[in-house]
Design a protein around this ligand. Structure first.
Ligand SMILES: NC(=O)c1ccc[n+]([C@@H]2O[C@H](COP(=O)([O-])OP(=O)(O)OC[C@H]3O[C@@H](n4cnc5c(N)ncnc54)[C@H](OP(=O)(O)O)[C@@H]3O)[C@@H](O)[C@H]2O)c1
Length: 250
């Protein structure tokens, strides 16, 4: 799998990373997590993203990694403004990153304190392409794209009941990209390759609770870079349709 240096850090990361929120929020069992991580690592991933607030995600990942801990870069998050009732500040870090979107993310870049930025970038979330990524590139920051396939929200025929998916679902309805009518894997491939083509993005952390997704998504990237003309079509459609309220979704 293709790897990219994460900004000015010494970490060379796989373009596809393991998103660790679903396993926590959807309460995956230890055996499922072991299978998920095992398959992800065997597919060439070396980035695992988690957070103190993703319920038991950190502990599940810790238990599942075992002797393979040295094969990955572990990204986690702490310091939530609301607090989660647990002392979550840590001392054992090599680099610090900021996770967020919009003007706050821009401020995080400008303040010069952070090595990396984790922010939403996808076919349904393009604010970062102009607001933050060019500046992050200028400053040599590592960029981790979160929610990189917009939760594949186009899969749902009706508005999903889960609020987390609703904004992207509505945006994608309005954007109505022709490629979303391709077979599911074709649409995911275009969405993921669009995110990874964004200047400044080094890795895209995809969430799933299905182990078979890792080899599947790794295979989708074998098609290589998305052609420039297709990228421009997606950008043009966004410029035409996006409303002012379509800011970076947390
Ligand atoms: N820092 C933050 O504030 C923040 C916020 C949100 C997310 N994150 C991080 O970003 C990661 C990814 O975000 P996310 O999971 O919300 O969004 P995402 O990666 O854009 O979408 C995940 C969804 O895509 C589906 N999917 C994955 N591969 C697929 C494929 N080949 N075909 C069809 N569907 C596919 C998964 O469903 P299946 O289960 O069916 O595979 C899952 O529901 C999280 O796990 C977390 O680590 C960080």
């Amino acid at each position: 799998m293709e790897c990219r240096r994460l900004g000015k850090t010494d970490m060379v990361v796989s373009v596809l990373g393991f998103g660790g929120s679903e396993i926590g929020y959807e309460r995956a069992g230890a055996r499922t997590v072991a299978r998920l991580l095992g398959t992800a690592l065997d597919s060439g991933l070396n980035v695992v993203d988690t957070a103190e607030c993703y319920e038991d995600s950190e502990a599940l990942i810790g238990a599942a990694l075992g002797s393979r801990r040295n094969e990955i870069y572990l990204l986690t998050k702490c310091g939530h403004p609301r607090g989660y009732g647990r002392g979550d500040w840590r001392g054992w870090v090599r680099y610090i990153g900021y996770s967020g979107d919009g003007e706050a993310a821009r401020y995080a870049i400008e303040c010069g304190r952070f090595d990396t930025l984790q922010t939403s970038v996808s076919i349904a979330d393009q604010e970062a392409l102009e607001l933050t990524l060019p500046l992050a590139v200028q400053r040599g920051m590592g960029v981790i794209a979160k929610r990189p396939i917009a939760n594949a929200a186009w899969r749902y025929a009706r508005k999903p009941s889960e609020p987390y998916y609703q904004a992207y679902w509505s945006r994608l309805r309005a954007l109505d990209y022709p490629f979303l009518r391709d077979a599911a894997s074709g649409a995911v491939a275009t969405a993921l390759r669009f995110t990874l083509a964004a200047p400044g993005v080094h890795t895209a952390i995809v969430g799933t609770k299905r182990p078979e997704r890792w080899p599947e998504n790794a295979r989708l990237l074998e098609a290589g870079s998305l052609p420039a003309a297709e990228i421009e079509r997606i950008r043009a459609r966004w410029r035409e349709v996006a409303e002012a309220s379509w800011t970076g979704e947390v």
